[in-house]
Write a protein that binds this ligand. Structure first.
Ligand code: SF4
Length: 314
């Protein structure tokens, strides 16, 4: 069931997840389209997430934007594409290639006490190599140590890839096309911004071989959301994910489609990274419990990093 509506205010709205935004020319959502999008959100009782471009919007947009509860990505939620020296927002997204995450882990760890929540987003998951597992785990441990010390000092911060799993008892993934949908400046719906970028840059629809177009929309503001076979995006139709306990995993359908040609089938890279994070969370949990903190339901030890490798055992 839909819960969130992502409104891309402009073609140059900030990228805040795995996918880069390759669009460089401004294309502001017309005011009438924005009004329709807000009305759609109201009627469907959706929480709005506006995604802002770098530039200031015209004055007349503010009244419409403020007419509904929302979060402003690129404003309230700060987005960084390189490791900043300091973060002033409570809630920040840090988008980095994996090599930078590893090499800058001490600098990133130093940012944690400055925020309430830091969302780390690896932008080149497809290039992750198994040989990087150890380095990635070490980088996670560096961040984890700061979280532990903050806890001991009675302070708190969240880092998505380390603390989300502590609180989760069930899958809580991105939910593109399932719990959230994106409306682009053209008034059409997309599973997420990345599908809009694909359409704009002419990347063809791999799911529909009979129709060689780059059309990636799933409905529009006039006719509503129309996802063909929406069940194929859901957890109960994902044979690997539904038996997995990396509950915090993004389960990115865009990345899945890019790497496996199936929106609901994950790549090895995504699973391994999510399991390294799961295991790092398990280590953090053990240390927190040792220090006398409540740290959620025990995360069990496992001996695999990709559920595909042990699928016969499930
Ligand atoms: S780790 Fe792999 S199997 Fe588990 S939820 Fe993520 S994508 Fe699905």
């Amino acid at each position: 069931m839909l819960q969130y509506l992502v409104i891309l205010l402009d073609d140059t709205s900030v990228a805040y997840c795995h996918a880069e935004n390759p669009l460089k020319a401004r294309n502001l959502m017309p005011l009438d389209t924005l009004r329709k999008a807000v009305l759609f959100g109201m009627k469907e009782n959706l929480m709005i997430q506006y995604v802002y471009p770098e530039y200031d919007l015209p004055e007349e947009y503010h009244e419409v934007i403020e007419s509904i509860d929302h979060v402003k990505i690129g404003r309230d939620v700060a987005v960084y594409n390189e490791v900043p020296t300091a973060i002033t927002a409570d809630n920040a997204v840090l988008r980095l290639p994996i090599a930078d995450f590893i090499s800058r882990s001490y600098d990133i760890a130093a940012l944690i006490p400055q925020v309430k929540r830091l969302n780390i987003c690896i932008t080149d998951i497809e290039h992750f190599k198994d040989e990087q597992c150890e380095q990635y785990s070490k980088a996670l441990a560096t961040l984890s140590e700061v979280l532990l010390q903050l806890g001991k000092a009675d302070k708190q911060a969240q880092v998505n890839i380390l603390t989300d799993r502590l609180q989760l008892k069930h899958m809580h993934n991105c939910g593109a096309g399932d719990t959230n949908i994106t409306v682009a400046p053209n008034g059409k719906f997309y599973l997420c911004p990345a599908f809009y970028y694909d359409e704009k840059t002419g990347i063809s629809n791999r799911l529909n071989h009979h129709k060689p177009t780059s059309e990636r929309s799933v409905g529009d503001l006039d006719y509503g959301v129309q996802i063909p076979n929406p069940q194929l995006l859901k957890l109960d139709h994902a044979p690997l994910c539904r038996i997995c306990d990396a509950f915090h995993c993004n389960r990115c359908v865009w990345l899945n489609q890019k790497l496996t040609w199936d929106a609901n089938t994950p790549s090895h890279q995504q699973c391994v990274l999510a399991h390294l994070e799961r295991n790092a969370t398990r280590d953090l949990q053990a240390k927190m419990m040792e220090a006398g903190f409540e740290a959620g339901e025990e995360i069990k030890p496992i001996d695999y990093l990709d559920p595909f490798d042990v699928r016969e055992e499930f």
